[in-house]
Design a binder for this molecule. Sequence first.
Ligand code: RB5
Length: 150
Amino acid sequence: MKIAVASDHAGFILKQGIVAYLAENDIEHKDFGCGPGESVDYVDYGARAAEAVLNGQFERAILICGTGMGMSMVANKFRGIRATACWSEYTAEMSRRHNDSNCLTLGGRVIALPEALKIFQVWLKTEFDGGRHQRRIDKLKAIEDRNFVY
Ligand code: RB5
């Protein structure tokens, strides 16, 4: 599993902890920024990581801003990205089982590293349930294609 990672300044410290975890566990990843000590726009960094997933370089992304919400908004602008802002192990599990999330977003100002790592681990290992949930994903795709099926 190759993971694209990005944050803005508000997510930078939490991102450092996530990146350290990825390195310690030999999980292939790339940090698309931002770097330390700069105030940046989450849109720029979330977009870089989302594009890296869409062009096939990475399978999933983890994006961190202050709340997880801005990163979710930018990532979901990209066709094929299903970004979910998760704040608990339960939401992380359901984001995979029901939503087939390929982009986890977290809030560096609302979640501490130990909880973020638990969320990340659940999100990483949980499989998509498929079945009726695939039908719903297909409807999301139809909206992306402006081809409403209902
Ligand atoms: C930055 O101050 C903050 O607005 C940003 O990180 C994020 O929380 C936006 O959704």
